[in-house]
Design a protein around this ligand. Structure first.
Ligand code: DSN
Length: 425
């Protein structure tokens, strides 16, 4: 393939990927689609510009219009997340966490967090940002049936180990963290509290999950593209009134972990924040209702859905187990589902130790909800799962049914100008 052919082939694959998602049920819990106005902001001249610093205090000329964008975005973020401080610059949830760890812990310090085996994010692990910062990691005791930290044992661990930072939040995130009790224990021993809201940020802002900044978190980080449905990027949020603390957070983002911070995405985030003010609470409510409906519908079809004793979920996610721990049955189920036009990810569940051969699936409904599906459609979705994974129907045949079903849900809602979710395809 010569260079021109490479470029052509790449652009063909870009379109093929778009069509693949258009014709499928995208159920990766961390993904979403852009509204037309957010897409417009992202696909702008800003993509090639720099604006190091903060609004009104830049290292480069040419930033006057971007100052307007970032200022409006910051004020909107303060309202949406009900906080006194917002940094909207970071380029991802992990980058937000790196900035938080830079601001709140020093190399060699001890921190506590949820283990990746229990659903903690890789940036909370030695293999990720925690390791990059050179921190000593201690993980919380966990109650599998409740899918949350053991409150008494975790509080005792915090008191005994006296970390500099107690970190909370997960990537596999079914239920709110019992934060208040654990934050009290952390503050008692002088630790700061950071809550990674990457997955559940939109649910929090929409009043449907928990309220970490009122429950003891000194800093909340998050992604701007999961249940908060903007472009890929991150946020750092606090309700502190300590100006020195806020300066430290800002400087941990720039110059700490970002030089350019992807101005087109900041503009997209600012538009998404404005749309969230208008539509976010409804979107968050509908997302959680859909996840609950999907959990119940999958259980009714005969699937082993995690956390039955807690009605399966209180977030945007549902977890299903497909065999014994480490059996690879989650991986096999994900592959078969994709053949049928249902895009999910295999996931380790309690008891699994092999990330590439787990027994579980993590399912998310943020994108389906944004495309207009409601609790009735969750029955249809569960039916497609059962058809492929229980009845053993031909995935190619189910794929045709899925594509036909999906063709009724191709417009992005909960935004100022609803429009095509997969434009130009
Ligand atoms: N990889 C993302 C997730 O799916 O949870 C988070 O970075």
């Amino acid at each position: 393939m010569n260079a021109r052919e490479s470029a052509t082939r790449i652009l063909e694959a870009v379109d093929e990927s778009g069509r693949h998602y258009r014709d499928s049920l995208p159920m990766i819990a961390s993904e979403n689609v852009l509204s037309p106005l957010v897409r417009k902001a992202c696909d702008s001249d800003l993509h090639g510009r720099y604006a190091e610093g903060l609004p009104g205090k830049r290292y480069y000329q040419g930033c006057e219009d971007f100052d307007t964008i970032e200022e409006i975005g910051i004020e909107s973020a303060k309202r949406v997340f009900d906080c006194s401080f917002a940094n909207i610059q970071s380029t991802s949830g992990t980058v937000s966490n790196m900035a938080g760890l830079k601001a709140l812990a020093e190399p060699g310090d001890t921190i506590t967090a949820v283990s990746t085996a229990d659903g903690g994010h890789i940036s909370h692990a030695r293999m990720g940002a925690v390791g990059v910062r050179g921190l000593n990691l201690i993980t919380y005791p966990w109650i599998e049936s409740r899918m949350e930290p053991d409150i008494d044992a975790a509080a005792a661990l915090i008191r005994e180990t006296e970390p500099s930072l107690a970190l909370f939040g997960q990537s596999v995130f079914l239920f709110p963290t019992p934060l208040q009790e654990l934050a009290d224990a952390a503050h008692e021993v002088g630790a700061r509290v950071m809550y990674d809201a990457a997955h559940v940020l939109g649910l929090i802002a929409g009043g449907q999950f928990q309220d970490p900044l009122r429950e003891g978190a000194d800093l909340m980080t998050g992604s701007s593209h999961k249940t908060f449905p903007g472009p890929q990027g991150g946020f750092l949020l606090s309700d502190s009134d300590d100006a020195k603390f806020m300066r430290k957070i800002n400087s941990s983002v720039f110059p700490g972990v970002c030089s350019t911070y992807h101005l087109h995405h900041v503009a997209g985030k600012a538009v998404a924040l404005a749309e969230f003010e208008a539509f976010g609470p409804d979107y968050a409510k509908d997302t959680v209702a859909n996840a609950k409906a999907l959990g119940a519908a999958l259980a009714a079809e005969g699937f082993d859905v995690m956390a039955e004793e807690r009605d399966y979920t209180a977030s945007h996610q549902v977890l299903t187990r497909h065999g014994d721990p480490d059996s690879g049955t989650g991986r096999d189920a994900a592959a078969l589902l994709e053949e049928a036009g249902i895009i999910t990810n295999m996931n380790m569940l309690p008891g699994d130790t092999k990330a590439m051969a787990p027994s579980g699936l993590r399912l998310g409904v943020p994108e389906l909800t944004r495309l207009g599906m409601g609790v009735d459609e969750m029955q249809d979705v569960a039916g497609f799962f059962a058809s492929v994974l229980i009845a053993g129907d031909d995935p190619a045949k189910v794929k045709q049914d899925v594509s036909e079903f999906k063709s009724g849900f191709l417009e992005v809602g909960y935004c100022f100008e609803p429009g095509p979710a997969y434009p130009g395809l």
